[in-house]
Design a protein around this ligand. Structure first.
Ligand code: UDX
Ligand code: UDX
Length: 444
């Protein structure tokens, strides 16, 4: 059993701390947000993450997990300190490291013995050295310590499963001792552990996210070409993904990627390239292609509903992906703004993210409680986030309430023929309208 603190109880820190408690460690969750800490003490999660509240309850009740705003208490009472505070993008595209730096100062200030300080937040290459320097400069006494890189690979909406069943755990350290401590910490997971130097570990994180984002932008570009040449991107993607070297994951055409990681991590990586005179042209193209993708969704709808002025658009799903309330960098934000600027009325329905969306759009748009209320008198329905709840829509009922039967499926959730048979004019990504969606026979 290790005595662990996790500073930052957001999407990453909360899952990390709660799951470390679940595998038997004594964990203190720390945050500057008093409201979050008070809720967490009552097992109320500040984020929507399937399964988190049950884990919170169990580990708080069994005394392995507690929460405080008192970082001094946390540092003094733990031997492993995770830094999992936000590293949001600055307007320049660089990562905002001010939170990591201010936490590092406090860790140095309150250090009362040997500690392992773990960078869980996604930080630029070389940040381990900077955190080390900050801690040394702020120590009241010169205690020995080590800064380790342990990047997270948690996908929102499946973060708990991703924690317990990782493809690999990356540990970036300078010393054998720190490596061994981290190996012992993660031993219960029985997952492959790769020990590297700190900078390689930091690079693995950025390069992994940049590659995944590039894969998505690649398939979205191919989808645009499919539409022109009459191919079906769903069949193309399936046929490609059967090649184990390509694999089917992150090969789904849609409205493009959002979230608090891909957009900011590729911006930060591009900046790191520029600062080192390396032009990351492929990553830049992936970033440009991603912005074009959401613009393409908007312009296709603009052509379908021309003129857009005074039309009502109903958006099904605004979170950046299913099973999360996170709307950071979601395509829905740009697309809603573009509709409003064309004089459209916009109504949204998301199973959990309505309130998050309201924080941005207030009463400039409408908020529905279900798909039928959303569809009432709309000129077009736009499916932007492929929640399971949207996979079996009652098109007969929707058809009876819409003003005009247009359905734009920005995540290719449906077979075009099915939706068209219900009386809708259907469009999607990379399939043209009505290309025969032939059956895929995998085993015969
Ligand atoms: C963040 C980064 O976005 C991600 O790239 C990184 O890999 C891990 O940390 P996330 O958990 O989504 O991921 O951040 P966020 O949801 O913003 O949570 C950060 C938490 O840190 C917030 O609860 C905030 O109150 C807290 N915080 C921030 C502190 O406790 N102290 C600070 O000084 C700053
Ligand atoms: C990502 C990385 O997957 C994870 O390893 C890292 O730790 C954090 O960033 P996350 O952003 O939570 O996780 O979600 P993810 O499932 O990766 O989806 C990211 C975005 O890509 C979403 O907007 C999703 O809609 C989009 N996406 C994903 C596609 O458009 N097509 C795909 O095939 C897969």
């Amino acid at each position: 059993m290790n005595k662990v603190s996790v500073v930052g109880t957001g999407y990453v820190g909360l899952v990390t701390g709660t799951c470390l408690a679940e595998i038997g460690n004594d964990v203190i969750g720390v945050d500057i947000d008093e409201n979050k800490i008070n809720n967490l003490r009552n097992s109320i999660s500040p984020i929507f993450e399937p399964g988190i509240e049950e884990l919170l309850k169990r580990n708080i009740n069994q005394g392995r997990l507690r929460f405080t705003t008192d970082i001094k208490y946390a540092v003094e009472n733990s031997s492993i300190i995770f830094i999992a505070v936000g590293t949001p993008p600055l307007p320049t595209g660089d990562a905002d490291l001010s939170y990591v730096k201010s936490v590092s100062e406090l860790v140095g200030k309150y250090m009362n013995g040997y500690k392992i300080v773990v960078n869980k937040s996604t930080v630029p290459i070389g940040m381990g050295d900077i955190v080390t320097k900050i801690i040394m400069e702020n120590q009241s006494e010169s205690f020995d310590f080590e800064v380790v890189s342990n990047p997270e690979f948690l996908k929102e909406g499946s973060a708990i499963n991703d924690f317990f069943f990782p493809d690999r755990i990356i540990i970036g350290t300078r010393t054998e001792g720190a490596a061994q401590t981290m190996i012992n910490l993660y031993r219960p997971l029985k997952s492959p552990i790769i020990v590297t130097d700190v900078r390689s570990a930091e690079m693995i994180k950025y390069a992994s996210n940049a590659f995944l984002a590039t894969k998505i932008s690649f398939i979205n570009e191919i989808a645009a070409l499919c539409e022109k040449v009459g191919a079906d991107i769903e069949l193309v993607s399936h046929g490609m993904g059967m090649d184990k070297r390509i694999n089917p994951m992150f090969l789904k055409a849609g409205a493009g990627f959002g979230g608090s990681c891909f957009p900011k991590d590729i911006s930060a990586l591009i900046k790191i390239g520029e600062q080192n005179n390396i032009n990351l042209g492929i990553v830049k193209s992936a970033q440009e292609a991603n912005f074009k993708q959401r613009k393409m969704v908007f312009s296709k709808i603009k052509n379908l509903c021309n003129p857009l002025e005074n039309k009502t658009i109903g958006i099904l799903g605004v979170s950046f992906k299913p099973n999360t309330d996170d709307i950071r960098e979601a395509p829905s934000i740009d697309i809603t703004r573009w509709f409003l600027s064309e004089g459209c009325k916009v109504r949204i329905y998301d199973p959990v993210a309505n309130d998050e969306f309201r924080k941005i759009f207030n009463n400039s748009i409408e908020y529905a409680k279900n798909p039928v209320e959303l569809a009432r008198d709309v000129d077009l329905l736009l499916l932007l986030t492929e929640w399971n709840e949207f996979k079996e829509l009652n098109f007969t009922e929707l058809k009876s309430v819409v003003r005009s039967p247009y359905f734009f499926d920005a995540r290719n959730t449906y077979d075009p023929n099915h939706v068209q048979s219900k009386g809708f004019i259907y469009d999607s990504i990379g399939r043209g309208s009505g290309i025969p969606h032939s059956t895929i026979i995998d085993n015969y």
